[in-house]
Design a protein around this ligand. Structure first.
Ligand SMILES: *[C@@H]1O[C@H](CO)[C@@H](O)[C@H](O)[C@H]1NC(C)=O
Length: 766
């Protein structure tokens, strides 16, 4: 009894003082911080920088231990500290920045969709050296048993490979082979934040419990697999973009997310291991470059000749929704391909509508089945969404239920219908999704339809006294036009960090992509999904990014000496932004032509990228000049470049001079008494082209849809006679004043009759 009394008293006290206690608890709570040090200023009293790092840490906390020490991507370490300790540490000599660990997420629209990576780009040359290119994939790990990791097609391990295959209970060291040449996992940041990995649900190893990492890595460099499909959909021969390249998996994303402390360590290791390309289908909140761990890590990688390809994000179609926008990163948006998975609806009034689905089970029998709208047969106010347990079984039994898209996973809506006794589903887009169709591996016969057809079906359901319908699966359809179209979810420009650098850089297939999958979860990823598939069809800029990573590997194989900037330039200047009929690539979110804010330089054209004629090359020093141009202090530059650099006082640095393969030109809207009638604003951009073809003469041409700006290129002819010869030109943009928020677009092209070196131009008035 007395014991209970004490307990009650404690509870009572705790309740009385909970807010104070919470504050104290908060102050004492340790979090992970990344500590950036000025390595160049190690005091002489220390034997080495590591000892110095330790001493700085010990000066604020006797008990803190380092999680990781970074040498390449960051000079510094990560450690668990209280907010107070972190603040103290930031004031110590030689400490540049103490930054709280950040959470990143993978960039897939979280439930599968469709279309294949397979046969669209069949004619890549398979150069012998492509076998030596190593793609490091930072993701959820890999399912090494996937047939896409078969190593029959590749030779011995590439020379210089220093990576490892980290074995554990759930990952054998023999899981790696000549295709999957490395596999590591980074969990210290994750475990410090969330506690030890629960090995009953998640593998504390490079094993992929999610599917995402297996999908992205096999998209980039999976081996040829004949007869791949998801339940017969998208059937054909599956292969990664660079089927001879090698994969090194770095597991940084766990079921609860990906932490920047782990990501940085993985980038550090990948650089040491000797990868040539880094593929990151993940992102976090948008930050200034010196506070953006991925941008910081990518700088180190880029300056060592490693191309870093990142997903642009799935924040579209909202403007300014991009992540991973640093100019040394290749930022990849997503488009569709020419493949669909139709599902046919027949309404009781005879009307036929085509939707999409990847349902593969038993078909519905009979001709017409009673049809209801979920909003009319639910217990809750959001019943139209078909939440689990939300439908009234007596009213759903034996019927096809119309559910609205949004909130819960799409395939889970079908489960809710099934659990209520419904037999089929029509999944209707609301205005957020427009006409973007997403096909999932549903549990019951389903057709996903756009907003327009969805409204029509609902109208019929409400007006007919006995509404009925039929839903039937179709077969994979090829040759769908127009294609590509920009995916609604693909994140859009402008670049909110540096508006004068256009992002995304380009788009690649990211809708309904077929690639390898984990054996751990079914194709929908839902806990109820006990199906096992070797391949799955999913969507997201997560899927487009590894396409570019793989294609960059092919360009690298053909031109081993090219810098990351040269490879990106080749991919960008040969990309296309119009269909064969000359119309601009459409945006599925609006049905209208899209703009460079949506697709950057355009959609990748791998074959042309192998022979671009000219490239815009960029060095580490050019990027540092860029950092000077955006006004970074020398300590901000040190955080990114890990080197001492004073921007020269007499030099006028300009973002316009970064040798980028695209042009983004922000203008200020004239304001003041005379409003928009001021003289044109004139800006000058400088670019240097490097000849990577034979002797040739290029002529410039500029096309423009409106006359909001005058564009003048000097000189207008460039002749190259030797390989690697460089020629510089300037572009003068003279803009008339336009209302704030206006944008207009143009295209600049150098051509020698054989090669076309194109660049998008974007004007925006702010
Ligand atoms: C079903 O729901 C719609 C939309 O909420 C409404 O307009 C309609 O009257 C409802 N029908 C019935 C029979 O309740």
């Amino acid at each position: 009894m007395p014991v209970i009394g004490v307990l009650l008293l404690l509870t009572f006290l705790f309740l009385c003082h909970s807010s104070v206690d919470a504050e104290i608890l908060h102050q004492q709570m340790k979090k992970t911080f990344i500590v950036h040090m000025d390595k160049s200023s190690v005091p002489e009293s220390f034997d080495d920088h590591l000892q110095w790092y330790d001493s700085s840490l010990k000066s604020v906390s006797q008990t803190a231990n380092k999680l990781y020490t970074y040498d390449n991507v960051v000079h510094g370490y990560s450690a668990r500290l209280t907010v107070e300790e972190a603040r103290l540490l930031e004031g110590k000599p030689g400490v540049l920045l103490v930054q709280e660990d950040k959470k990143y997420e993978v960039h897939t629209t979280r439930s599968p969709e469709f279309l294949g990576i397979l046969n669209n780009q069949e004619s890549f040359p398979d150069s012998g050296t492509s076998s030596d290119v190593i793609i490091g994939v930072l993701d959820t790990g890999v399912w090494p048993e996937s047939s896409s990791f078969d190593d029959k097609e590749v030779g011995p391990l590439p020379p210089g490979w220093k990576g490892a295959c980290e074995a554990s209970k759930t990952f054998s060291s023999s899981s790696c082979n000549r295709k999957l040449i490395g596999a590591r996992f980074f969990s210290q940041g994750y475990e410090a934040a969330y506690g030890p990995v629960d090995e009953t649900t998640e593998s504390r190893s490079p094993r992929d419990d999610d599917g995402h990492g297996t999908h992205t890595s096999t998209t980039a460099a999976g081996s040829t697999v004949v007869g791949a499909s998801l339940f017969g959909y998208a059937a054909g021969t599956a292969r990664g973009m660079a089927k001879h390249a090698r994969v090194a998996a770095y597991k940084v994303c766990w079921l609860g997310g990906c932490l920047s402390s782990d990501i940085l360590m993985a980038m550090e290791k990948a650089i040491e291991d000797g990868v040539h390309i880094l593929s990151l289908s993940l992102g976090g909140s948008l930050n200034d470059y010196f506070q953006d761990p991925v941008a910081i890590g990518a700088f180190a990688a880029t300056s060592k000749g490693i191309l870093v390809s990142c997903s642009a994000g799935n924040g579209g179609p909202s403007r300014g929704s991009l992540s991973n926008v640093a100019p040394w990163i290749t930022t990849v948006g997503a488009g569709t391909m020419d493949r669909q998975f139709p599902s046919y609806i027949t309404l009781g009034n005879g009307k036929k509508i085509t939707g999409e689905s990847l349902y593969s089970g038993k078909a519905l029998t009979g001709s017409l089945i009673p049809l209801v709208y979920a909003g009319n047969i639910s217990k809750a106010s959001n019943g139209n969404l078909c939440m689990k347990g939300g439908l009234i079984p007596e009213k759903a039994k034996g019927k096809i239920v119309v559910c609205d898209r949004g909130q819960n996973p799409r395939a889970q809506k079908g489960l809710a219908v099934k659990e209520a006794g419904g037999v089929g589903m029509i999944l209707a887009n609301t205005d957020t999704f427009g006409e973007e169709l997403v096909a999932d591996a549903h549990f019951i016969p389903t057709a996903a339809v756009g907003q327009g057809p969805g409204e029509e079906i609902k109208k019929y359901t409400f007006s007919d006294p006995n509404p009925s319908a039929m839903v039937e699966s179709g077969r994979t359809q090829l040759g769908v036009q127009p294609s590509p179209v920009v995916a609604a979810f693909s994140s859009r420009g402008p670049n909110l960090i540096t508006p004068d650098i256009l992002k995304p850089d380009l788009i690649a297939p990211g809708v309904n992509i077929l690639a390898g999958w984990t054996g751990k979860v079914g194709p929908t990823g839902l806990p109820e999904d006990s199906r096992h598939v070797n391949f799955n069809i999913v969507s997201g800029t997560s899927m487009s990014c590894p396409h570019i990573s793989g294609l960059a590997a092919l360009v690298k194989a053909a031109h081993p000496e090219w810098s990351p900037a040269a490879i990106r330039s080749a991919l960008m200047t040969t990309a296309y932004s119009t269909y064969k009929n000359g119309e601009r690539i459409k945006d599925i979110a609006t049905g209208k032509p899209s703009t460079p804010f949506d697709y950057g330089a355009g959609h990748v054209d791998p074959i042309s990228a192998l022979d671009p004629g000219l490239v815009y090359d960029t060095t580490t020093n050019n990027y540092i000049d860029f950092l000077c141009a955006i006004g970074y202090s020398s300590s901000m530059i040190k955080l990114i470049a890990k080197q001492e650099h004073q921007c020269k006082t007499g030099v006028k640095y300009s973002v316009a001079d970064l040798n980028y393969p695209s042009f983004a030109v922000p203008f200020e809207t004239a304001s003041g008494p005379r409003g928009g009638s001021s003289a044109p604003t004139v800006v000058k951009y400088t670019r240097t082209l490097t000849n990577v073809g034979g002797p040739s003469t290029y002529k410039v041409s500029v096309s423009q849809e409106t006359n909001s700006a005058k564009i003048q290129v000097q000189p207008s002819v460039l002749s190259f006679s030797t390989p690697n010869e460089q020629k510089t030109y300037t572009v003068t943009f003279a803009a008339t004043s336009m209302p704030s928020g206006t944008s207009s677009f143009a295209h600049l092209e150098w051509s020698d009759g054989k090669h076309t070196v194109g660049s998008p131009i974007v004007f925006s008035w702010t």
